[in-house]
Design a protein around this ligand. Structure first.
Ligand SMILES: [Zn+2]
Length: 176
């Protein structure tokens, strides 16, 4: 029995039960990919979308197109959970952008820096922020407490626009 691998979760499924999708490869050929379920197909496309978003947001923050930047790619490979990274950057884009600008301004007061240096700063901020994000059980309460920036940034005003900090739930609260 012919079976195929789900492009999203990697599970092997009988070819006749798999969801087939045609796509155009980088070399402009038509190829097929298979999914074990509609759910996996949806997740696969979602992941692709947030990856594209991630690159475009990082380009915006850095003020340079980094989609094909080798150093950027090398640095993001060091981050294990790429999906979490995409989600984190998507969610805290504005905060990250503000902090990045402040940090770069601070550094540029003392020396001239190049794009790779800026990339390194951004990747460090992302990986540091992600750790905090994960460590906080309630993501809505997320707040970066970056030691380097502590002296000159008002944290309260750097929350993503339109987001309210909800008070932490206590065991006395009902519902979810
Ligand atoms: Zn699957």
């Amino acid at each position: 029995m012919a079976n195929v691998k789900c492009k999203h979760c990697g599970k092997r499924v009988d070819k006749k039960n798999a969801i087939k999708e045609e796509y155009i490869t980088n070399t402009l050929k038509i190829a097929n990919r298979y999914f074990c379920s509609e759910e996996c197909k949806k997740n696969f496309h979602y992941d692709k979308t947030i990856k594209v978003e991630f690159y475009s947001k990082c380009s915006e923050i850095l003020g340079a197109e980094i989609t094909r930047n080798a150093y950027f790619k090398k640095r993001i490979k060091e981050i294990e959970n790429t999906k979490l990274m995409y989600t984190y950057v998507d969610r805290y884009f504005e905060t990250l952008f503000e902090r990045f600008k402040c940090e770069i301004n601070r550094i540029e007061k003392t020396k001239t820096i190049n794009l790779n240096y800026k990339i390194a700063v951004l990747i460090n901020m992302i990986s540091y922020g992600m750790t905090k994000y994960v460590n906080d059980e309630i993501a809505e309460n997320y707040k970066i407490e970056n030691e380097i920036l502590k002296d000159y940034i008002d944290y309260e005003n750097l929350m993503p626009r339109g987001k309210q900090v909800k008070p932490r739930k206590t065991i006395f609260d009902e519902g979810d």
